[in-house]
Design a protein around this ligand. Structure first.
Ligand code: SF4
Ligand code: FES
Length: 378
């Protein structure tokens, strides 16, 4: 894929950096958005390199550091990294399963300047949650962690990914987040990339289930107005226009993988032919402004019709490049979610698969990712 490198607009500084500190994780969620080929522990960036990366990010204008994984608490230097981010003026957001955070460590993180915690939950019921995450006792641990986060006075967001095994409790998860003391809850329907794609037969709910869950969560907005903010990411297969994925390609944020590869979005490596630079060899500023992968879809010179002459092209930027790649084979195409795309029928075909969910595949028949292997195990 030879995307044009000419950028026809001034490039603004990034707002956020998502640091995948490690792909190691004690949980094994079957919808994990990390690549099926995980980065091994050997080869992870060391503490000093991560500190340099965050210093460079702050210097170029980044405001928010999202510390993610895998499970970021699997890194022994997490407190040290948080402290450094705080010292260079970054707002720090820890995205965690909660496993690996003791009460003492939570206090250390708070003392180091941690600003916000995003805690994932797998379900609102212990048995189901532990089965989905592949980790016995995980549910109880999360309740402890939520309590400790509240005790140290750090704002809490609860994240829940919705699929066939928990969709009946989509609304209950909003209530559960309120009970955990969260100020914000994100209810996101599974996006079928990476591990979720491998497990899609067991994960996909029926269309009827999706519609019921979406209505239930929307109704909660009224019930809990003023108590909790609800971010609801509904499946976009029925939408007329796509979302501005990532707020536009390389416009606001960048990702850095455990081995130091800088990506414009978490799925960017699914687009063949892009040249990614590594933070070991390039500064964040150099990567942001000059890395070929970052410049590949900036501006609008790369766009094809119908986006090229569309009045919405600076509103949604043609949608998601990775989805355009996955469904049409060319990342320059309009995201086929758009009803103006000549490939829109492919989205209708996916929506139809929600009607054909195979009830004979149990909603727990998952291929789990494991700590020991880098490849899926049956
Ligand atoms: Fe967006 Fe392209 Fe559709 Fe226009 S044609 S609405 S720019 S995806
Ligand atoms: Fe890569 Fe949307 S996920 S641009």
């Amino acid at each position: 894929m030879n995307a044009p490198q000419k950028v026809s607009e001034a490039v603004a500084a990034p707002v956020g950096i998502l640091a995948e500190l490690t792909h190691r994780c004690p949980l094994a969620c079957p919808y994990c958005s990390n690549p099926v080929e995980l980065d091994a522990r050997e080869g992870e960036l060391d503490t000093e390199t991560w500190k340099r990366v965050f210093s460079e990010a702050a210097a170029v204008g980044v405001l928010h550091a999202h510390l993610s994984g895998g499970e970021p608490a699997s890194r022994r230097d997490l407190v040290d990294i948080v402290k450094h981010c705080h010292d260079v003026g970054l707002y720090t957001n820890l995205i965690t399963s909660g496993v690996g955070i003791s009460e003492a460590r939570m206090r250390e993180l708070a003392d180091a300047g941690l600003d916000h915690v995003q805690l994932s939950i797998q379900d609102a019921e212990a048995q189901s949650a532990d089965r989905i995450g592949g980790y016995k006792g995980g549910f109880a641990r999360k309740m402890d962690v939520a309590k400790w986060v509240n005790e140290v006075g750090i704002p809490l967001t609860v994240n829940a990914v919705i699929h066939r095994a928990n969709i009946a409790r989509a609304g209950r998860m909003v209530e559960f987040a309120v009970e955990l003391g969260a100020r914000r809850v994100e209810i996101a329907h599974t996006q079928y990339y990476a591990w979720a794609y491998l497990n899609r037969k067991a994960l996909m709910p029926s269309r009827e289930q999706v519609e019921k869950a979406v209505a239930e969560v929307e109704a909660m907005r009224k019930t809990y107005a003023g108590k909790i903010v609800i971010d609801h990411v509904a499946p976009d297969y029925y939408a007329r226009y796509p979302k501005a994925c990532m707020g536009g390609w390389a416009k606001r944020t960048l990702n850095v993988t455990p081995h130091g590869k800088a990506l414009p979005c978490h799925a960017a490596e699914t687009i063949p032919g892009l040249e990614f630079w590594n933070v070991r060899e390039h500064s964040i500023s150099d990567i942001w402004f000059n890395a070929p992968a970052f410049n590949a879809f900036r501006g609008d010179d790369w766009m094809l019709e119908p986006c090229r002459s569309c009045p919405r092209k600076h509103q949604d930027y043609g949608g998601c490049r990775c989805q355009a790649m996955a469904l049409t084979g060319d990342p320059r195409n309009a995201d086929p979610i758009c009803h103006l795309s000549p490939h829109h029928d492919k989205v209708a075909a996916i929506a139809a698969t929600f009607e054909e969910v195979d009830a004979n595949v149990p909603a727990t028949d998952y291929v789990y990712r494991t700590l020991k292997t880098q490849a899926p195990v049956a």
